[in-house]
Design a protein around this ligand. Sequence first.
Ligand code: MRU
Length: 346
Amino acid sequence: MAFRTIEWRDDAVVMLDQTRLPAEEIYNRYTDFTSVAEAIRGMVVRGAPAIGVAAAMGIALGAREIVADTAESFFRQLENVCQVIGRTRPTAVNLFWAIDRMKRVAEAARGGSLEDIRTALRREAILIEQEDLAICKAIGQNGAELIPHGATVLTHCNAGGLATAGYGTALGVIRAAQEAGKNIRVFADETRPWLQGARLTAWELMKDGIPVTLIADNMAGFFMAKGEITCCVVGADRIAANGDTANKIGTYTVAVLAREHGIPFYVAAPVSTLDLSCSDGSRIPIEERPSTEVTHIRGLPIAPEGIGVRNPSFDVTPARYITAIITEKGVVRGDFSSQLAALGGA
Ligand code: MRU
């Protein structure tokens, strides 16, 4: 990749600041867990799998910061670190998946010295990052088979290298199809209000030389009706047991439009995005973000002061609109419930 989303380097977490893209390519260095938590909340790092990696690395930093005489004191403080990180963003289940995984690693190392536990946590965080890259490649391989030669693929938000340890989920499918010589074109929804499509998807696909056309969100139906879109591929923040899928606000609209026009609608996500404890999408917590994301662009007001605003950051696409869910373990279609249960979560 031409950039590194997140990495553990010299006992610190280094993240590409996604709030500054595409104007500036700046890498921030974090040495304490509270500033990593703030970076997750403030969208320096975003996208479900990348949030999971950041959470794990934040916990590894937090474990290093703990001063404790006993294992009990250490674990009490580690629980606080996990809670602070767990309060950052509610929808992407990868955050909670990573926290649980880190807690299990700490428990398994409990018999050893505090330094052993800290080392185990650091190693696990780096492993989660490395695994995510391999998982994205596998998702890409599995999904590329579904993309016809010469396809124009519509995507929403950014489910790319910037949203993962690299390569991406939805953009991983597009990259793998391109690498297979399929001559793909991409239409990127701009993705109001935070503009992940315009600022991030457009940026990373252009860097890779993959042909990409930017459209405003309200143009998707126009291009579908004209027959210019072959299929849609998006990422996911949480997939319920029945296949209902939470993803960036506006995804549901794209899925309904795709159904109306008979266009396949694919969700690409790692198994760590499955939440089998959520029976259906109505149980997925939806983050509401600050109103200024809607009323302002780059600090400039675009609406009258004092206007009432709603800003749900995600919506839920009912499973019936989803043609297939592409995971690293294979492609699921038809009866999602039984097949997702068989995948079993990560
Ligand atoms: O608010 P964001 O930018 O974190 O939302 C990101 C998305 O909705 C992505 O599509 C999703 O996390 C999948 S990323 C591989």
